[in-house]
Ligand binder design. Structure first.
Ligand code: FES
Length: 492
């Protein structure tokens, strides 16, 4: 039996099968709802109005015709596109001979956002950069939820939605500089192992269940048209290699962008997203990588008033005369709080004594009547920051060094770009002795993809980099649990 579901605000009607949830109907109708918990009824971000009542779309089963008023706005997040700035000679290799002015593309496929860079295939000049939120967020905020969705319902839904989005992004990028996507002859992609597998429709079972390893690690050279790209018929699709676990091609991109294996100084590179991937080492010691499930707290999911870093988000909080003051993106009324704001706020609440060392809060803290931080949010942040801190400690142990021996701490990714290092150190997410050694390196993963598109030798070097980077599987480390529990507390 089918029922007519009308999405009033969008003016869209959809014929839904009986038994579907309203969230499933929204997705099937082409809307882009936010569903960070993947429809498990936990995040409360999928609220809609039906018959004047507020309900969760993911928990509302269709047994008749409905008029649904969605509450979500199309989120315009700040997406980071600038990188570290490493220059490489332009040497793109052999390109199809039948095209006079070829284009090259580099794509950073993040769990939260996707960035595409369009490059001139004759000069290497960057012509355009476009970005979009990853549409897979409808199926869960983090890689674990999306993998579970793929295991339960098949990976093809997640693959086709992301392939469509990347294709559309390249079309827009080409159009913005008066070109056609059919002129694109090479696409280089990076993403974590899960994004890699979901894009290529490779089963993710071995990633989320033991042995927690990607099925495919090696760098790939494929035919772009086989993956739905409407580009030049001979265009190649190149993927940088994965390292191990969730440490994937995006981390290899960061290593390329920072020349990590050539550095003399002992360097820690941390890419903080829904997963925290980190690499430690230098030219002499070699590189060791690991990833920790930081969870999506830093991106606003699972936080009661959490949101991404977009207009209306409290992104910075500071103390003035003993009171918390805040800054809102876009300077309007606060709608919620994003990761960097949450970190600052908790650092301030620790300083005022409103949150104790164990994380216990005296009372809910209200920025406004509708935007607040409560006990459960502090607990979520503790879980996320402890995962990062434990990863750093165990990497140092593996290398036989102390955290104070780290000479440079490079923070990659959007969250790293906006966070205040002092707050990250104050809550114990990053070692406090490294406070003045922290350097933000922007979207280094995207930059790595760009470097590999511009220079074929760099693409070859990415294979060598991945092969020689040791992977530390924290899930198998008997010490992880103890160190993790240890790191849950806030520093004094
Ligand atoms: S509560 Fe419905 S998607 Fe999370």
């Amino acid at each position: 039996m089918k029922y007519r579901i009308t999405f009033v605000k969008e003016g869209i009607t959809y014929e839904a099968e009986e038994g579907m949830t309203v969230l499933e109907a929204e997705i099937a109708a082409g809307l882009k709802p936010d569903a960070p918990c993947g429809g498990r009824g936990k995040c409360k971000k999928c609220r809609v109005h039906i018959d004047g009542k507020e309900v969760l779309a993911c928990q509302t089963v269709i047994h008749g015709g409905l008029e649904v008023e969605t509450l979500h706005e199309e989120v315009k997040s700040q997406i980071l596109t600038a990188g570290y700035g490493r220059k490489v000679p332009f040497h793109p290799g052999e390109l199809p001979a039948d095209i006079k002015d070829p284009l090259l593309a580099a794509v950073d496929l993040g769990s939260t956002s996707v960035v595409a860079y369009l490059l001139d295939g004759c000069t290497g000049e960057q012509l355009s950069v476009k970005s979009v939120l990853n549409p897979q967020r409808q199926y869960g905020a983090d890689v674990v939820m999306r993998s579970s969705y793929a295991l339960e319902k098949g990976a093809d839904i997640l693959s086709s939605c992301i392939r469509r989005a990347v294709n559309e992004l390249l079309r827009e990028a080409a159009k913005s500089c008066g070109r056609s996507q059919e002129e694109i002859v090479k696409i280089v992609m990076v993403g974590n192992s899960c994004m890699h597998h979901l894009f290529l429709e490779i089963p993710v079972d071995t990633l989320v269940l033991a042995p927690y390893e990607p099925r495919v690690k090696e760098a790939l050279t494929l035919k772009a048209s086989d993956y739905g790209f409407l580009v030049h018929p001979e265009a190649q699709l190149l993927w940088l290699p994965n390292i191990g676990g969730f440490v994937g091609a995006d981390t290899v991109g960061c290593l390329l962008a920072t020349d990590m294996d050539q550095r003399e100084r002992m360097t820690l590179m941390v890419d903080i997203g829904t997963n925290g991937e980190m690499v430690l080492g230098n030219r002499e010691t070699g590189l060791t990588a690991c990833s920790t499930a930081a969870g999506p707290a830093f991106e606003g999911a699972k936080i009661t008033c959490g949101m991404r870093g977009s207009a209306g988000a409290i992104d910075h909080v500071y103390l003035k005369d003993g009171k918390l003051e805040f800054h809102v993106i876009g300077d309007g009324e606060p709608q919620g709080i994003c990761g960097s704001g949450l970190l600052d706020a908790v650092a301030c609440l620790r300083r005022t004594g409103a949150v104790d060392e164990s994380g216990r809060m005296k009372e809910t803290y209200y920025f406004t009547r509708n935007v607040f931080i409560e006990q459960k949010d502090i607990r979520e942040l503790q879980l996320a920051k402890a995962a990062i801190a434990a990863g750093i400690r165990l990497l140092c142990k593996r290398k036989g060094i102390r955290t104070e021996d780290i000479e440079e701490l490079l923070i990659a990714g959007a969250f790293g770009n906006y966070l205040d290092p002092a707050s990250a150190c104050a809550i114990g997410m990053l070692p406090k002795e490294l406070n003045d050694r922290i350097i933000s390196i922007g979207n280094a993963a995207g930059e790595g993809a760009r470097i590999a598109a511009l220079n074929t030798q760099e693409f070859e070097r990415s294979k060598e980099l991945a092969a020689k980077t040791e992977f530390l599987e924290l899930a198998m480390d008997p010490e992880f649990q103890d160190v993790y529990v240890d790191e849950l507390e806030f520093p004094e």
